[in-house]
Design a protein. Structure first.
Length: 416
């Protein structure tokens, strides 16, 4: 019995020595903590608007799911491959994956981070290539992009500054589970009531603007509309047929705004030497026979203010050109003015005029159409009236500047 006891005692001592040797590999015990070190591998391309590399001040959030105390530790870039946590992360024998996201922020409910597209930040997500613990404390993070980059090359030939741009039909914000970068929540679409507003590029008057936008790749978008506002007050809604955006991909869309410089108002080309176009109806009218508005000369350029675009009031020179190059015929309630060159015509109703006290005079038999020119209290106007022999009298006359006359807008030939 004594020999057996001695043998058992020796065997037990040998086992303890073996266990002790196993636990002292590399001079560590199973529970001895070791500080985490982090290397980072950037994507080969970066779907961003700013620099292609992070700067030293950029901060990244680190998330170690196996350690409750290290689930959102900020780390700063020290070089192109080195991240330094802003507090020591001590690893034990507990194995874990290191996950990271950029840019650093406070997490929601301890594990969700938010993406606000209006900030136009390049969002990256990374994971360690292998688990880490105290015997393998080196984490190598491989980052990937969570955003897609879209460049709109916008051409507007009118030569005004782009002041505002916004999108509807895309995702404007959502949250991501930092532990997996897969599950999403609180998805908020960009609607007409709450669009995605993008800061427009400046200083590109009259040229093509290259506008970069970072968007969340949330599947194929439908009903996407890009709205552009310019310094001349024009607003354009442009439907977009966006494909299914993919993270880290780069898309380019050329957009040429072909604005109607006549703003939907109809005109006639009378083949005049100057190429000037005459509107088919009076200012304030809806058809060629309506009288429309009566305005005094001090209304300045009422045609441009009302119809905008390239429209304006005629000058006395414009009127003289019309008188010389067209045939004038009385047509019951006004004059039919027909081009001697191409046969096109306009109709001018005999709307009469209003005195400076507002009394309507001579309507049905006389027409008075304002020009922009005046002399010593009298304004020059295009005047015509019915004559007994059927051929109307038509000439450049004048009336007191306070009298109110018809306005027939004119516009140059233009191509947008």
């Amino acid at each position: 019995m004594k020999k057996l006891n001695i043998f058992l005692t020796l065997m037990a001592a040998g086992l303890m020595a073996a266990c002790s040797n196993d636990m002292e590999i590399d001079g560590l015990t199973a529970g001895e903590p070791v500080k985490l070190s982090v290397r980072a591998e950037m994507p080969t391309t970066r779907a961003a608007i700013d620099d292609t590399q992070f700067s030293k001040s950029d901060r990244v959030g680190l998330y170690l799911s196996g350690y409750q105390q290290y689930q959102n530790v900020p780390a700063t870039w020290q070089s192109s491959t080195t991240l330094t946590p802003e507090q020591d992360i001590m690893l034990t024998s507990q194995k874990t994956t290191v996950r990271a996201y950029y840019p650093y922020q406070e997490l929601r409910d301890g594990q969700w981070f938010d993406i606000d597209v209006e900030k136009q930040q390049n969002i990256l997500y990374g994971e360690s290539t292998a688990e880490v613990w105290n015997k393998n404390p080196q984490a190598t993070l491989q980052f990937r992009h969570l955003m897609a980059r879209v460049r709109f090359n916008i051409t507007y030939k009118q030569g005004f500054n782009l002041e505002k741009m916004q999108l509807t039909g895309v995702v404007r914000s959502y949250g991501i589970d930092v532990a997996s970068a897969g599950e999403k929540f609180s998805i908020e679409p960009a609607t007409a009531e709450k669009p995605l507003v993008i800061t427009a590029a400046a200083g590109k008057t009259g040229k093509t603007i290259g506008q970069d936008v970072l968007l969340i790749p949330m599947g194929k978008s439908e009903g996407v509309v890009l709205q552009l506002t310019y310094s001349n007050g024009k607003v354009f809604d442009i439907p977009l047929n966006l494909p299914e955006l993919k993270a880290n991909d780069y898309y380019t869309y050329p957009i040429t705004i072909k604005e109607d410089p006549y703003n939907g108002h109809e005109y006639v080309d009378l083949g005049l030497p100057s190429g000037l176009l005459w509107a088919t109806c009076n200012l304030g009218a809806t058809n060629e026979s309506d009288y429309g508005l009566y305005l005094a000369w001090n209304a300045t350029d009422a045609a441009k203010e009302a119809w905008k675009g390239v429209w304006r009031m005629p000058t006395s020179t414009d009127v003289q050109e019309l008188l010389t190059n067209c045939k004038w015929e009385w047509a019951e309630t006004g004059c039919r003015v027909t081009s001697k060159k191409n046969g096109n015509s306009i109709f001018l109703p005999a709307a009469g005029m209003k005195s400076d006290e507002g009394a309507l005079m001579r309507n049905g038999t006389y027409g008075y159409y304002l020009t922009t020119d005046q002399d010593e209290g009298f304004v020059f106007e295009m005047q015509f009236n019915e004559e007994p022999w059927g051929r109307p009298s038509h000439f450049l006359g004048s009336v007191p500047a306070g009298y109110q006359c018809s306005v027939r807008p004119v516009a140059p030939k233009t191509a947008n």
